[in-house]
Structures are given as C-alpha cells and as structure tokens.
Design a protein around this ligand. Structure first.
Ligand code: ACO
Length: 428
C-alpha cells in the first residue's frame, strides 16, 4: 500500500503520496501540491528538497556513508582506478576487462586538444584563475565538436572527449600560464600518470613518474567523482534541463564548483593554514573567530550540508596524505598544523554542537601540494575528479521519463501593483 501524509489547512485535508528510497528514506511527493492546494513550498538552500530520484550515489550524512552505484567509497579508493570508477558512475556497473581496455584506448585516442584552442589560452590575462579558464574552454569545446548528442553513440563520443580532454586542457592552462611549452599526452601512460607528466615534464627536467603520486591522484579523483545533488551537480542538472549541450552544462558545473564554500574550499584551506602558519601557528584566534557570529570567517574545510559526522572521504584522504608524505619524505608544517587544528576543533563545544567535522577539503590540499600542484589549480583538480559524476547525473536526467525543465517558484515579497511615474514627476 502506498504511504501518504496528510496536510490539514483550515477545514480541508490534502493527501500527498510518500516515496521510499532504497534504504527506506522517505520523501513527500509534492509534485501535485500546487494543483491540489494552491500552495508552493519554501526551502531556501534546498536543505529539505529532493530535486530528483537518482540511482547513482548514496550518502548517509549521519553515519558517514558514501557509495557509488552501491559500492563503498572505501572499497573503490582501495581497489579501483579513477577510470574504472568513472565507467561505473557513467554506465551504472563495473566494466569487464575488455570494456575497461576499450575505454582506456578511447580516452587515449581523444586526449589531444585542437591546436586552434591553444590560441585561446594565450589571450587570457596571466593572472586569470584556472577555473575561469577551464569553464570557458570546456564551453568552447562545443564549437570544435558540434556533434549533437541525440544518439547513444554521439553521447558516448562527447562523454569520452570530455573525460579525455579535460586533463589535457587543465595541464595546458598551467603550462601556458607559466610560459612553458605544452606537453602532449602519451599513449604509454595511464590517465593519472599522463596528467602529472603533462603538468611537470619539461625539456630541461624530464618528469619521473612517482607511483605513489599516481596512486594518491587516483584516490583523490575517486573520492571526488560524485557526491549526489551538491551545488555544482545541481547546476549541471538545472542548466542541462534546458536541453543545452553537455559541454555547456559541464561548463556551468565548473563555474558553480569554483566558489569557496564548495570546490574552492581546498584552495581556501591551504590559504587559511598558510596564514595561521605565518602568524606563528596560533590556532586559538582562528577557532574563536570561527565561533564568532559577528565574524564572517569560517573554518575552511570544516562542516558539510549532509555529513553531520566525519566525512568518509576526509578519513581516506587523511590516510593517503600520511602515506604520500612519508613516501616522498616530505615534512609539511601545514600538515602538522592541520592535525593540531582538527584536534582542537573536535574538542571544542561549538564544533561539537554544530556537528562540524573536517570535510574532504581539509587534507586534500596537502596531498596536492605534495604532488607539486600549485594552489590555484586545486579546484581544477576537484573539477577533473567530479566530471564523471556530473556526466552520470546529466545522463540520468536526460533519460528520466519524468523529466521537466527545472524552474523553481518563489514567494514574491516586493511591492504590489504600482503606477509608473514619469521621470520629471518623481519626488525622490
Ligand atoms: N566554521 C564555522 N562555523 C560553521 C562552519 C565552519 N566551517 N560551517 C558551518 N558553521 C556554522 C554556521 O555558522 C551555522 O551556525 P549557526 O547555526 O550558529 O548560525 C551552522 O554551522 C550551520 O551552518 P550553515 O551555513 O547553515 O550550514 P550549511 O549546511 O548551509 O553549510 C557549508 C555547509 C557551506 C559546507 C559550511 O559548513 C561551510 O561554509 N564550510 C566551510 C567551507 C567548506 O569547507 N566547504 C567545503 C564543503 S565540502 C565540498 O563542497 C567538497
């Protein structure tokens, strides 16, 4: 029997169906609420609003669980590769050996970027943020590959192009910003190793592939590959709902990710830790500022809309961080500081009462620093990782038989009807 909830308003009772998710989570289906009652719902920040049903990613914020297509993030980080995880997210199941090989070959075949696009990079001011560049360049891809995404084959081709080219474009932007020669992808290197090589190989100092750095990058990208209906994914779905091409929808996702409250937090964490370090490692004033309601400062890398316990990704990246720094024999004062800050925050009543725990961004910046990634590229690294999730979510929304253009309503609070006053008669 279908469950329902009743809304009582004045002398009328309205009945709304309840939908149940795979883990028993409940949602009141309000799709006919306005037709039935004349009401809309109001939920700023969408904290209580499910915008879709999805079979891609499961999160339990209370228990700190994250699974892609049912597989735990812990198992994927331990046993999978970023490419295999991307396949899982996009196609809904793990690939066979042959499918994975074919996927890798296609990613290699499509990894070059049109030479004419190099000219675009040259014309961005040197100080441009790489996220702005990446968002523009992904959008520009559409002009170079104007294939419609109407058939499954066309969609697959666009998806492969995006996954293959995004890391080349990101590395190109770094090289060009430094005034260095662009390094092309190599067919003999894996996805992650290729990216590191394109970033760091130079004619005067060939890059030596460090397996531990490749492993850490795989883990970093797997952890970021999807996170259900977060701000940038919601942006991809919303923009995509207008039936724009996939490049434009992803470009919108990259723009949404840029913000310091979202993907930009990994950069903001390192900037915050560097500032604390420069000020003599005194953490107490920063904890006090984070607690002060009159101070807009927030402890970057802490808190999450869904996780009200330790972010499972943070636990994994923290271990990856320890492992990588030990292998590379790097002693990073910011890591010691981060540990100290975490310990102090987790004992503090404000952080306990507000369920504020480290999120994935708290330690990920230290991993990226150890690989040699410059701070202003951190959010780009997140974007590359999140790409398969955005694609999977976009595909799912396109295939949804209940698809509708996303068009929220509002509660209007402005003036009621007012007459136009000709400019000469306004007494302002
Ligand atoms: N430092 C201090 N206080 C915080 C923090 C923080 N990092 N995060 C939340 N709070 C407090 C708020 O001040 C608020 O307190 P109040 O109820 O006493 O007014 C309460 O906790 C709830 O905060 P909201 O902003 O309502 O929580 P929301 O779910 O909207 O925000 C967010 C989540 C944006 C992640 C927030 O925790 C934050 O700004 N964190 C810092 C930025 C960050 O690390 N972002 C990365 C998120 S993970 C990701 O995108 C990969």
């Amino acid at each position: 029997m279908t469950e329902s909830v009743k809304i009582v308003y004045k002398d009328r009772i309205y009945e709304l169906p309840v939908r149940t998710g795979s883990h028993g989570e409940k949602a009141i289906d309000i799709s006919n609420l306005r037709d039935q009652t004349g009401f809309i719902t109001l939920d700023p920040g969408f904290a209580n609003t499910g915008s879709c049903s999805s079979a891609i990613t499961f999160m339990d914020g209370e228990r700190g669980i994250l699974r892609y297509r049912g597989i735990s993030i812990e198992q994927l980080a331990e046993q999978s590769s970023f490419i295999e995880t991307s396949y899982l997210l996009i196609h809904g199941r793990l690939p066979t050996v042959k499918e994975l090989q074919q996927f890798s070959v296609l990613l290699n075949d499509n990894s070059l970027v049109h030479e004419d696009m190099r000219g675009f990079y040259q014309h961005f001011p040197r100080a441009s943020h790489p996220m702005g560049i990446l968002s523009s360049m992904v959008n520009a891809l559409r002009s170079f590959y104007p294939v419609l995404e109407t058939t499954d084959e066309e969609i697959d081709l666009t998806v492969t192009r995006l996954l293959a080219k995004i890391r080349t474009m990101a590395a190109m932007s770094y090289k060009i910003s430094r005034g260095h020669r662009v390094v092309y992808p190599r067919p003999d290197l894996s996805y992650c190793a290729n990216f590191l090589n394109m970033m760091f190989d130079t004619p005067v100092m060939p890059y030596e592939i460090i397996p531990e750095a490749v492993d850490a990058l795989n883990v970093f990208w797997i952890l970021h590959a999807d996170h259900e209906q977060n701000c940038s994914t919601a942006a991809v779905r919303l923009v995509g709902s207008g039936r724009v091409n996939l490049y434009a929808a992803i470009s919108a996702g990259i723009a949404a990710l840029w913000g310091p409250l979202h993907g930009g937090a990994n950069q903001a964490v390192i900037e915050m830790l560097s500032e604390i370090h420069a000020n003599g490692n005194r953490i107490r004033p920063y904890i006090d500022r984070a607690k002060d309601r009159n101070d807009p400062f927030r402890m970057m890398g802490f808190g999450h809309r869904v996780y009200k316990t330790y972010d499972p990704r943070a636990r994994i990246i923290k271990k990856t961080c320890d492992r990588l720094l030990a292998k590379l024999r790097i002693s990073d004062p910011l890591l010691d500081l981060a540990r100290e800050l975490e310990e102090a925050a987790l004992k503090d009543d404000y952080f306990i009462d507000h369920n504020l725990y480290p999120n994935v961004d708290f330690y990920s910046g230290i991993v990226l620093r150890a690989m040699g990634i410059p701070t202003n590229m951190f959010t780009v690294m997140f974007a590359i990782g999140r790409l398969p999730g955005w694609i999977a979510q976009w595909k799912e929304s396109m295939d949804d038989p209940n698809w509708k253009i996303s068009r929220p309503r509002q509660l209007y609070t402005g003036p009621t009807q007012t007459d136009y006053i000709p400019i000469g008669q306004r007494n302002l």
